[in-house]
Design a protein around this ligand. Structure first.
Ligand code: SF4
Length: 74
């Protein structure tokens, strides 16, 4: 078993939509003690901006809107 948690890793005012947004990681932590000794403390399963859906639907090119992998606006 593992434990999942969303963690805020960044905040900014995004000029493209004039909103305060957050970058969040979905982290997976091992629960078994023996795994903690050998593995990284957690693995990142997903990372997204809180405005990802709005920007994607509006056609704003951004890595965090899942439509422009080489354009990081965060
Ligand atoms: S998805 Fe990209 S463009 Fe949209 S608010 Fe987040 S950082 Fe800005």
């Amino acid at each position: 078993m593992a434990t999942e948690k969303w963690v805020v890793v960044g905040r900014k005012e995004c000029d493209l939509i004039n909103q305060q947004v957050e970058l969040r990681e979905q982290r997976v932590y091992p629960t078994a003690d023996f795994l903690r000794q050998f593995a990284a403390p957690y693995r990142v399963r997903a990372c997204l901006c809180t405005a990802a859906v709005e920007c994607n639907m509006a056609g704003i090119a951004c890595k965090w809107a899942f439509n422009a992998p080489d354009t990081d606006r965060f």
